[in-house]
Every structure is written in structure tokens, then in C-alpha cells.
Design a protein around this ligand. Structure first.
Ligand code: C5P
Length: 316
């Protein structure tokens, strides 16, 4: 059996709702191969995205203007003005659909800020799905993914979810077809974030040196391992070219990775541009054991267990 990746379009004949709540997952990268810096300032990527069960929620209600409020992780520090990707997403959709950008948006945040889990991108994806339903724009997920690509490289993936190959700057997403299987992860969330552009710049700098970090190469071994549904086979195929750069900017992450390995995780790697670290476990019981040991090592702010793949932004 193959997993159902691309969902059915929502029923377009339903009356417009007064309120829409959307749940959206975080992502990790099972493989993050970073190519050369392009002329537009982005790097060419070969990445395998994987949506995991840590979620934010965006609720869109009818309103006379566009407003954003929030609760949870980052409340009080995250800007809620026009610089927020949620507001940009709502405006981009309204402009494309030629409808007024009127909504009262509320974010319930659990995914850490600047953590390498694409939390901001997830919120933008959730906003597109929520406002599409609130305004009855009737866009397909592919239409929304096209708008998503204008908001950030990771946003189209979070519309779709699952496990998917990302190429270009990461915005060109195609599903990875594999037999249904749930992978179990431990997520170690650091204090503070890392700036994605800075991590990419650090990688460029490291690559100029004599001891340039080796590249993650092709994701072919990972694709084969995903089909085998065996965590011990998947473990050695996980790789992230941004990891040496994240470690260079935040050397203490080596202790976090080490704590996961000592705790018996099958694999330990930095998620995206970091500083979140993820550990692969055999099963839910093993994930709980690894999480407890990493927590006891006091090498990060908080530890959570998660599974994947899960679906992308969905109305709940
Ligand atoms: O696309 P997004 O806005 O999420 O990217 C944030 C930053 O990360 C970019 O401005 C760029 O510095 C870096 N980036 C990159 N290559 C990519 C994706 C992101 O250099 N493929």
C-alpha cells in the first residue's frame, strides 16, 4: 500500500464558515544536500522533507480588517505586524484571489521560533489553508502551493506534508512514495534560535577552507531505506549539509547530539539550520527512553517525542 500524499480538494459547495481552524506540522529534513550559492542568494537544494507531529494552529475568523494575535511559544517576542509571515500569507492570497484581506487571525504556537523546524513557514501554510476556506477562494492545494513558494522555500512542503523531495531552493516539492510506515523521533529543542541565512553563510565560509565539510551527496540510499521500513537501515542514510555550519555557530550542539547517541538513538542530527536536534528511535517505547535520557543530560531546553510522516496543513 502507498501512503495517500496529495489530499482530495475540499468540498467547494459548502457555505462559507465564520471561523476556520487549521493545524499544521513542523518539518525535519531527513536529507539536506546543499548545492552552490545561486545568483539570487539562495542555494540549490536536494532535500527530503518529513512532517512530524509537533503542531501549530492558526484560526481565521471573519473581521473588518486584518489582525493577528497569538498565544504559546514566542508570545510577547514574535512581531505580529506586517513583517509576520502569517500576515504576508493572508495578503498574498487576498491579492491573488482579488478579495479583501479581512480576517481575525489567531496563532497557537508550539513549534519553537528559529529552531530549524520551519515553524514560521508552517504558520504561513496554515494561514493560506485557513483563509482559502474562510474566503471561499476555491483554490486547489497546487494553487496554494504556488502562492506558498513566494512566501518561503519550505512553505509549499507544509501545505502537502508527508515525506517529499524538495528541489530548486526547496520550493519544488514532489511526494516520496513509500509503503505506509511510522517513524519515531525525539526532538531536542535548544534555548534560543539560529538564523537560517547566517547558517547558510557559515556553510559557504566553511566550504572555502581546506577542511571543507563533506557533502551529504545524493538521497538515493535514503529513498531505498525508506522503502525498507527498518529504522536501523534508515539511520545511516540520514544527513544534513547544514550540520557542520550549525555546530560551528553553536558548538554546544555537539553535546546535545552526543547525549542522544549515548542514550541509544539510532541516529542523531541537526534539524534543518538548527539548533533543534532530532534522534531516530526504533519504536514509541524506545523514543520515550531516549527522550528521558536526553532530558536528564540537561543539554537542551526541552525534549519532545514525535512521529512522522503526518499530513500537512489541514482544517480541523
Ligand atoms: O526561503 P526562506 O525565506 O525560508 O529562506 C531564508 C533564507 O535562507 C534565505 O534568505 C537564504 O539566506 C537562505 N536559504 C538559502 N538557500 C535555500 C533556502 C534558504 O540560502 N535554498
Amino acid at each position: 500500500m502507498t501512503e495517500a500524499w496529495w489530499p482530495e480538494d475540499d468540498d467547494k459547495d459548502r457555505p462559507l464558515p465564520s471561523s476556520v481552524k487549521v493545524r499544521v506540522p513542523a518539518k525535519i529534513n531527513l536529507h539536506l544536500g546543499v548545492g552552490p550559492l545561486r545568483r539570487d542568494g539562495y542555494h540549490e537544494l536536494h532535500t527530503v522533507y518529513h512532517a512530524i507531529s509537533l503542531y501549530d494552529e492558526v484560526t481565521a475568523r471573519r473581521g473588518d480588517t486584518l489582525t493577528l494575535t497569538m498565544e504559546g511559544v514566542g508570545a510577547g517576542s514574535l512581531a505580529l505586524d506586517d513583517s509576520n509571515l502569517i500576515i504576508k500569507a493572508a495578503r498574498a492570497l487576498a491579492e491573488s484571489a482579488k478579495v479583501p484581506a479581512h480576517a481575525r487571525l489567531h496563532l497557537r504556537k508550539s513549534i519553537p521560533l528559529a529552531g530549524g523546524l520551519a515553524g514560521g513557514s508552517a504558520d504561513a501554510a496554515a494561514t493560506l489553508i485557513a483563509c482559502d476556506a474562510l474566503w471561499g477562494t476555491g483554490y486547489s492545494r497546487e494553487d496554494l502551493a504556488r502562492i506558498a513558494a513566494t512566501l518561503g522555500s519550505d512553505v509549499p512542503f507544509l501545505i502537502h506534508g508527508g515525506t517529499a523531495l524538495g528541489t530548486g531552493r526547496g520550493e519544488a516539492v514532489s511526494p516520496v512514495l513509500a509503503r505506509a510506515y511510522t517513524w519515531h523521533w525525539v526532538v531536542a529543542i535548544a534555548d534560543g534560535g539560529l538564523s537560517t541565512p547566517e547558517v547558510y553563510r557559515e556553510l559557504d565560509r566553511l566550504r572555502l577552507g581546506a577542511d571543507a565539510p563533506s557533502a551529504a551527496g545524493s538521497p538515493d540510499a535514503l529513498f531505498t531505506a525508506l522503502r525498507q521500513r527498518d529504522p536501523a537501515v534508515l539511520a545511516p542514510t540520514l544527513g544534513n549539509d547544514l550540520q557542520p555550519a550549525a555546530l560551528s555557530l553553536r558548538p554546544a550542539l555537539a553535546e546535545t547530539l552526543d547525549a542522544g547517541t549515548k542514550a541509544g538513538a539510532l541516529a542523531a542530527l541537526v534539524s534543518g539550520s538548527g539548533p533543534t536536534c532530532v534522534f531516530l528511535a526504533r519504536d514509541p517505547g524506545h523514543a520515550a527512553e531516549v527522550a528521558a535520557a536526553v532530558e536528564a543530560a540537561q543539554v537542551c531546553r526541552t525534549v519532545q517525542v514525535a512521529h512522522g510522516p503526518v499530513v500537512g496543513a489541514r482544517v480541523i
